[in-house]
Write a protein that binds this ligand. Structure first.
Ligand code: ATP
Ligand code: MG
Length: 298
């Protein structure tokens, strides 16, 4: 099996605090890999290292056969990596279609010209429409992004990332802040993106049920290291993982839902609707010692 991405010995410190401590990670082409771990485990830092927002202190990253370790983020996007952020990141005053036109034009070496309306760029509009349809926003092109629900904004972010025509899509908490009624719709779109095309997806996710229902593989980060890496079933059965998350190795996490359904999940992250998860210091209480430890998977 050829790896699409291979990271070895990745290490990143902030002053004297080591956020990522020697992580090895291989992502084969295809499938959905979920990265979970307690607050402050290093999940976002890992995505930042893989996508070039941060450079590692040590370690090596190869992507599609090239060593991209020192590549800036823009070069990694050109090589076929795209990402979305833990905090929603769209242009609120542009329409949905104009939002997507920005990366479509950038990829074509053009830019959004205020003197030339997008209406006259049929090729750009056609690409934008295709991307919006792929994320289920086909009917929302003319709406201003600020008017979208949080879930729809997350879908728009997905379309922006897809405009880069990635081979690898990295999603940092794609359901953060989304009301439970909208979450299934976003997840269904993510699932559909991975299914028919050769797109590889790695995502950070808080909802344990979501992780087990969506991902074919789960990587557990803890204190900047890979604690466990396996199928959802293997992770569910892993004693160390149970100890970290539930504080009791004899308690099994719930089974994943077979298919999305309305209504609140059995367990979900502590992120409130409309509020992004913040980074907690590792000096804080361990997940197992927090009162709601059993509700915190990320
Ligand atoms: N730029 C930075 N400077 C200093 N410390 C940082 C920086 N970025 C992250 N950290 C610290 O590194 C640790 C890992 O942070 P990171 O954001 O990767 O965690 P996370 O697993 O994504 O957490 P969360 O679930 O809260 O999003 C945290 O203790 C955080 O405070
Ligand atoms: Mg994070």
């Amino acid at each position: 099996m050829t790896a699409l991405l291979e990271a070895s010995g990745l290490t990143k410190s902030f002053a004297d605090f080591t956020a990522i401590a020697g992580v090895d990670l291989v992502l084969p082409a295809g499938g959905i890999t979920a990265v979970i771990g307690p607050n402050g485990a290093g999940k976002t830092t890992l995505i930042n290292l893989l996508t070039g927002k941060l450079l590692p202190d040590q370690g090596r990253i190869t992507f599609a056969g090239s060593d991209v370790t020192r590549f800036p983020a823009s070069a990694r996007v050109r090589a076929g990596m795209a990402r979305t952020f833990q905090v929603t990141n769209v242009f609120p005053l542009l329409t949905v279609e104009e939002n997507v036109a920005v990366p479509v034009l950038a990829r074509a070496g053009r830019s959004l010209d205020p003197l030339r309306r997008i209406d006259s760029m049929q090729d750009v509009r056609a690409t934008a429409q295709r991307l919006l349809a792929a994320v289920g926003l086909g009917g929302r092109s003319a709406d201003v992004a600020a008017a979208l629900s949080h879930g729809d904004r997350r879908l728009l972010e997905l379309a922006l990332a897809l405009a880069c025509e990635p081979r690898l899509l990295l999603l940092d908490e794609p359901t953060a802040g989304i009301a439970s009624g909208e979450r299934d719709r976003v997840l269904e779109q993510i699932r559909s993106l991975a299914a028919p095309q050769p797109l590889t997806i790695a995502l950070v996710e808080h909802d344990m049920e979501v992780v087990f229902g969506l991902a074919s593989r789960v990587v557990v980060l803890h204190q900047g290291k890979v604690l466990a890496d396996g199928t959802p079933q293997q992770i569910r059965d892993d004693r160390r993982v149970r100890e970290i998350y539930l504080g009791d190795p004899s308690v099994a996490p719930p089974l994943a839902r077979a298919a999305p359904s309305p209504g609140p999940p059995l367990l979900r992250g502590s992120t409130s609707p409309g509020v992004e998860a913040g980074s907690a210091s590792r000096a804080g209480p361990s997940p197992a010692s927090r009162p709601n430890a059993s509700q915190r998977w990320a």
